[in-house]
Structure formats: C-alpha cells, structure tokens
Design a protein around this ligand. Sequence first.
Ligand code: UDP
Length: 313
Amino acid sequence: MKRILITGAAGFLGSHLCDRFIKEGCHVIGMDNLLTGSLDNIKHLFPLKEFEYYHHDVSKFVHVPGDLDYILHFASPASPIDYLKMPIQTLKVGALGTHNLLGLAKAKNARILVASTSEVYGDPLIHPQKEDYWGNVNPVGPRGVYDEAKRFLEAITMAYHNFHGVETRIIRIFNTYGPRMRVNDGRALPAFFSQAIRGEGITVFGDGSQTRSFCYVADLVEGIYRLLMSDHHLPVNIGNPDEITIKEVAEEVVKLVGNPDAKITYKPLPKDDPKVRQPDITKAREILGWEPTVSREEGLKITMEYFKEVVKV
Ligand code: UDP
C-alpha cells in the first residue's frame, strides 16, 4: 500500500485529493493547520483506517513517522483576500513550508508534487499563458506575497531536483471551482453564489471585463494524479482554457440561481488584478493525455447545489 502525505488536506483542493488517493488504495496522511481549511471537508474520512490526520503548520519542521512514497504540497492561503490578511503566513508556507517538505521528500526518498499557480505569470503580457512565459509580477504589490512565494517554491523545487536528485513535479493551477470552496473566501465564484442565494448585490470588481478560465475540481484532480504518475519534472499548466469575462460568469450564476433580488453591483477593481488569464494546455495534452471534460454549465450546477446547502440565508 502506497503512503502519501497531503498538506492542506482540510482545504478545498487538499480534501478532494485525500478522497482521490483513498480511492486509489493509498494510505493517506492529511496535514493541515486549519488557517483556511475546515475539518468539515474531511470528517467523512476520519473513520477510515487508511486515513490519518495531523494538525501541523508545515512552515515548521515536519515529522512523519514511517515510509512515504508521495508528498502533495497543497497547503497555502489561496484567495487574494486571504493573502492580504495573512501575508507572512502565505510567504512562509510557500517558502519555508516547501523547503521542509522537500527535505522530507529527500529523507524519505519520496516523490513530491508541489502546487504552483497561474499567479506566477502575474498580470500576463502573453495570452494564453504557456509554461515558457516568465511572467509579469509586481513583487511589492498586494499579490506579491503569494506570487513570489510560489515563484520561490518553483525555484527551490527545481534546485532539489537538480542538486539532490529528488523526484519532483510542479503543477501550475489556474482558477478552479467546485464543492468545498469556503463560502466567504472572497473569490469570485463563492462570492457570486452566496450573494445570489441570499438575494444580495453581486459584487463585480471593476467593469467585469477582466477574464478568467474556470476549471471544475474533478478535472483538476485528474490532472494532478496524472502529473504525479508521469516522469515530467518541469512545470505543467492544469486548467480549463474556456475563458470568460467576470461579468459574464456573474450573469451565468445569477441566471442559474434564479433569485430575482440578486442584481449585479460594481465595486472598485483591486490593485494588480490580472486583466486576462487562460492556460495553454498543449503540454498537459501531449505529456499527460489530459484535458478538462466538465463543461462550465455542468460544473456550475453541481457547485450551486453545494452552496445552497452551506450558505446561511
Ligand atoms: N472578483 C469580483 N468580485 C468578487 C470577487 C472577485 O469581480 O466578489 C473578480 C476579481 O477582481 C478577479 C476575478 O473576479 O478579476 C477572479 O477573482 P478571484 O478572487 O476568484 O481570483 P484571482 O483569479 O483574481 O486570483
């Protein structure tokens, strides 16, 4: 039985990864400090003997008894309002946390996959974004704490691969959505769904002409699984290239929820908000044989059902 450590296990992506690797027949060790995660996301796993949970901040030395085959490093605040509120923790988990986990991978002879982000491309000047684009990041802007921590994560991961021969994988994750996103995490889809369900104003920032490309979580998890099992150590974009403006996606959510009280309202655009974002997934298609299969229509419906259950009206 393969043993896998998943950091950020109680978070949105981490909890779906725990489910997936339990299904694959692994022994899963979930680790989280619950800064932004919630045990509600993994409480169904607690009765399983194949699942263990450690409450720990991976920015501090990480100890795991026994062998490890794989490590997935998914611990980090991931929403712009979270990293504005927790800039130091965001920097530490991306930098010190990644260092600790690479050290653990080296000590255990484990393969490690680290979660990077489309934010390494910043406010991109190349569109769509390919892995060989170096990005346009403001290091001292509000997003710098996340973007630069993730750029450091990539650099130190490559260094452990090149210098210590650790088996490393780097995924660049584009906007992802689905059940278990935190209702008040401030990101576009949780905000729009909870506002539409409560019949509040839908807060579109700026004029809503900025674009994003939203990937349903099950597609992302499949991409992560395939990348971990591949032999490719350079960064790979995983995301859905189906690009849409924020105004249009807000309109889709309003229509889907069907609450007549929910109307679009416009708020100021946050500083350094990327104007466009769309992954070029040629590499994922060629190397992993992966591409998204869940349409936005389908994914938004499943996500709406989740938010209807958890949003308090
Ligand atoms: N956004 C918005 N209203 C909100 C939250 C976000 O218009 O209540 C916009 C935000 O300015 C950005 C896009 O939606 O242009 C996606 O934001 P999100 O926070 O989901 O993640 P990002 O892709 O910016 O990291």
